[in-house]
Design a protein around this ligand. Structure first.
Ligand code: COA
Length: 201
């Protein structure tokens, strides 16, 4: 059985979300290895060759759905849904591949304009409408305010507040959050606020 896929490109009000191309490698690495970006990531600086290889490998991975995000033709970041197995018993039931892990990384030079929120909303829509997932989850350090604000703006629920569950290389043990939203919650949100959701899609 073939895995469902995302139809590219996805267009939002201001952005284009599209698949990775080999010529993106340098720009994505420049964004990824900026200290303001890796400050709140679990993996700090990345090895350039391994990072580029991971992008190239991701193109053929049916469970990985990364989108390079462009603003007026310039790459400003990326946003992804990684399909994962949800928890469940082993008797016949829905596909175990029921959850999507949402991730986003943007050039901080473009911070605070709502671009990450806009791109993340489009990927959550893709997770439910195209990939047919049941839940979308995401996690962050509790001190990463822009990150959890994005999740809350998407209607995601804070499901876990982990006390000192996350190690930070400079700051030691820090608190962490996990958020989630269900397919039916996203659908209800789209029905009740179609204009608001369309605005960020
Ligand atoms: C997290 C990140 C994607 C946010 O990108 P962004 O383009 O600034 O996000 P947006 O402009 O869509 O803003 C999201 C929210 O954060 C708020 N925000 C942005 N910068 C902020 C700051 N420095 N302090 C507090 N709030 C901030 C915005 O006002 C907005 O909140 P609102 O919904 O209440 O208006 C970006 O900073 C980033 O890539 N950081 C490094 C990587 C990272 O942390 N990724 C997430 C890992 S969990």
């Amino acid at each position: 059985m073939t895995s469902p896929s995302v139809t590219w490109p996805r267009r939002t009000r201001r952005l284009v979300l599209r698949p990775y191309r080999a010529e993106d490698a340098g720009r994505l690495l420049q964004i990824r290895n900026h200290p303001d970006v890796w400050r709140w990531l679990l993996r700090t600086e990345v090895d350039p060759a391994a990072f580029t290889q991971a992008w190239a490998d991701g193109v053929a991975d049916p469970l990985d759905h990364p989108a390079v995000v462009e603003l007026d033709g310039a790459v400003i970041g990326w946003c992804s849904i990684e399909v994962q197995d949800g928890m469940g018993q082993d008797k016949a039931g829905p596909s175990p591949r029921s959850e999507g892990l949402l991730g986003y990384i943007f050039d901080t030079a473009y911070a605070g304009h709502g671009y990450a929120k806009e791109a993340a909303a489009s990927m959550v829509a893709a997770a439910f409408d195209e990939l047919g997932l049941h839940r979308v989850t995401a996690g962050c350090f509790a001190d990463n305010t822009p990150s959890w604000k994005i999740m809350e703006s998407l209607g995601m629920r804070r499901e876990q507040y982990g006390v000192e569950d996350s190690w930070h290389a400079e700051l030691g043990w820090l608190d962490g959050y996990t958020y989630a939203i269900l397919d039916r919650e996203w659908a209800a949100r789209t029905e009740t606020a179609p204009t608001a959701v369309a605005a960020v899609r």
